[in-house]
Design a protein around this ligand. Structure first.
Ligand code: PEP
Ligand code: MN
Length: 334
């Protein structure tokens, strides 16, 4: 529930409201919205006290949050994630790029340098991979994390990499800035709870068969465990269509904004599975109001150890970036 206080509230009226709230042992959060002081009560369900609160002096209005995902609901102020000089959410637009998976220091460094020249600050690269076949390359593990950290330290970029299991949360969060929960793990609640205990921002990819509500409830697991620095990522869902790797559900951009306060980014690589489609999907995502993109890119895509078919080269990436300002301007983003 959210309590909006009157602009002309007195200190004693505010005290009364606060001590009433504290009598329920709640831990309220405070913010400002359009010049009004707002108190958010998210710990307990105080809906039976709605009328009492409404009638207290100094209260402008009470807004109940009827949603089960109350910590990531659109009734709360839009989430802006601030981390090591990067801002994600609301009026911002961020491009994350890099190879699917780290193969060697030399290769990642060369990619990072090309991206940095283009003004990209966020480097993606997998070290732990969840592959459909047990015979496919599974990632370099800790060795990969060390390479990613070294490259980011040397280039001043921030790293983005996936955590695939609860045992790896500690080690990945030590080396990596922004952690990722992949599509296969969106329902891995013990993993979400554990990532909820770390401070790194987290990209939560939509499960390939998840409804919007299930996805937002997965985000609620993270927030409820203590980490609300969440970025949702639509990466396509599984449908009957086989030409594309997945079916990108672009309608999730406005849908997430209607229901949630979290930013949403688009993954054009895993949704299409085809490098020649990536630019078009990036344009569409920017025009539809996405808060960012996460793109698989390499200076020579055929050298990518994983997902080379969907990896774009630096020229296509530049063509995408060349239209960025025009398209994100539609949404007053920077
Ligand atoms: C990835 O980003 O490399 C990845 C495996 O993505 P997803 O979990 O969306 O398939
Ligand atoms: Mn990939």
């Amino acid at each position: 529930m959210i309590i909006v206080l009157k602009k002309e509230i007195t200190a004693s009226q505010k005290d009364k409201i606060e001590s009433f709230i504290r009598s329920f042992d709640s831990s309220p959060s405070y913010w400002k919205n359009n010049g009004f002081d707002v108190i958010g009560l998210l710990e307990q369900d105080l809906s039976i006290w709605e009328n009492d609160l409404k009638n207290m002096d100094g209260v402008e209005k009470v807004i109940p949050i009827k949603k089960e995902y109350k910590r990531v609901a659109s009734e709360l102020p839009p989430k802006i994630i601030k981390y090591k000089g990067v801002e994600i959410g609301k009026d911002t637009f961020n491009v994350i790029a890099g190879p699917c998976t780290v193969k060697s220091y030399e290769e990642l460094k060369e990619i990072a340098i090309s991206l940095k020249k283009k003004g990209i600050r966020l480097l993606r690269a997998g070290a732990y991979k969840l592959r459909t076949s047990p015979y496919s390359f599974q990632g370099l593990g800790e060795e990969g994390l060390k390479i990613i950290k070294r490259v980011c330290d040397e280039t001043g970029m921030l790293s983005v990499s996936e955590i695939v299991s609860t045992e790896d949360v500690e080690i990945v969060s030590k080396y990596i800035d922004i952690v990722v929960v992949g599509t296969r793990n969106m329902y891995a609640y013990p993993l979400l709870k554990k990532i909820g205990k770390i401070n790194n921002p987290v990209i939560l990819k939509r499960g390939f068969s998840a409804t919007l509500e299930e996805w937002l409830l997965a985000a609620e697991y993270l927030a409820e465990s203590g980490n609300s620095n969440i970025i949702l990522c639509e990466r396509g869902i599984r449908t009957f269509e086989r030409y594309t790797r997945n079916t990108l559900d672009i309608s999730m951009i406005p849908a997430v904004k209607i229901l949630s306060n979290l930013p949403i980014i688009i993954d054009p690589s895993h949704s299409t599975g085809r490098s020649e489609m990536v630019k078009s999907i990036c344009f569409a995502s920017m025009a539809a109001g996405a808060d960012g993109l996460i793109i698989e890119a390499h200076y020579n895509p055929i050298e990518s150890i994983v997902d080379s078919r969907q990896t774009i080269d630096m020229e296509i990436l530049q063509e995408i970036l060349d239209q960025k300002e025009n398209l994100i301007n539609l949404w007053d983003k920077k």
